[in-house]
Write a protein that binds this ligand. Sequence first.
Ligand SMILES: [Zn+2]
Length: 295
Amino acid sequence: MQSIDYIYRFDPENPSAKPSPPDPAAAKRALENGNRTFSQWMESCAANTPSPDPSRFVVMCNAWEMGVQRVGDAPPKPNPFAVVVGCSDPRVPTEMLFGQGFNDLFVIRVAGNVLGSECLGSIDFALSALRESVKVLVVLGHSGCGAVTGAVDAYLQPPRFWSKAISPNLRAIEQRIFVAVREAANGLEQVWGSDAKQQPGFREALVDAAVGINAAQAALDLRQEVERAGTTGIEVLYGIYNLSTHRVTSPLQGEEAAGEARSQLDYAPTNPSDFNRLAVVVAEQLLRKRKQRIN
Ligand SMILES: [Zn+2]
């Protein structure tokens, strides 16, 4: 395998190479296009199949956003077009996987991408102080999330949850994820049957389903936060980053996503009743996946 370069490039001939997206639709496209290019590049690196230049991924940078060209002595003003709430997991580097650089994203990372008060306070800050530039709020979950897996294991074995091995602070994170785990378990029972828990692959499926519903839950909460603040002109989105394919997709599409949907964010649910539909759709996907594995 050849060496791989991830490059942030500033071109002095074209100093404003990366204009900020003017509206939510353009901001959504910028993130999706960035992830599409990134995931294709990662795929070509892994497969060692030369496409235009598989060893390099170039993120163009704007000289003013980087602070290498200045107006007077002032440093650049914060100018993010997206607020992203993601997991702290080191395998999910937010800017890299969306192909973004300096001053593009206002990133909040917390295990399990749960919305505690400090997290919501950071979002309130972004919604007021950075109101001019922010066009979208994004919740980004990811496959194989340790925090969600912990919540699933605690759900399946309640005594473990109350053991001294789990700190109260960690327990607080897992508690926030329980609603999603319960909804995911209901969806699996609806689709797989009442004996779902006894079927092979149930725990892994519960983790996969809960990851999607947990992100959707946080996205709904953020949508309500935006509405409470009376903010207009900001869209709330969510998606799941797959550690294997490096793609961000909607849980409604999952690994079955094709074409443009291979890198796609979804709009936040508008109603808590959407979660059951999501849980059923994800449970159906997971059932098809299990059948494919068996055949
Ligand atoms: Zn995680």
